[in-house]
Design a protein around this ligand. Sequence first.
Ligand SMILES: [Fe+2]
Length: 194
Amino acid sequence: MGKILTSEEALNLINELPSAGTDDHWKAHSVCVGNAASIIAEALNLNSEKAKTLGYIHDIGKSENYKMHDIAGYELIKKLGYDDEYAYICLTHSYLNNDVDCVAGGHPPRNEFRDTFIKNHQYTIYEKIINLCDLMCKKEVMTVEKRMIDLLLRKGVHDNTHYHIEETLKLKEEIENQLGCSIYDLFPNIKENL
Ligand SMILES: [Fe+2]
């Protein structure tokens, strides 16, 4: 078992790191994902501190490599000696339905390690929450529906886009069934961002 990472340490870690891209929007986005995940986890009587930490670090690979940030993040967390749980979130956060082709923006470049991992990994509830929060956060929380339109506009429509949207809506429904309410009941301020 690797080291435990607290949400405070995670926040310091991402803020200290550079960005591989031309901007560091991913940092504010990561804070948004972590905070949203902690609200959902709390409502489900889960460990909200863990959910927050996982959200804060999910895109940490963008400090090294934007396009392959999933694998870069996994390797960085392993190198730093943190528990696999934190490394796995870097790999899983973009992919739904245990399928690397269930992702926004077309098909990712093949990577045997990552593709096999995603196929065989049993997603935890925390990983599913981060999947969903990544699909409802830019720098602030918005509806999943608005975020999907944002992704379509930025990343285009591809042959797997319909599949990804379907699985996104299924994931939202799965979490809402566990919550017993609309996800948006947890985010009353969302109406300021419709
Ligand atoms: Fe993200």
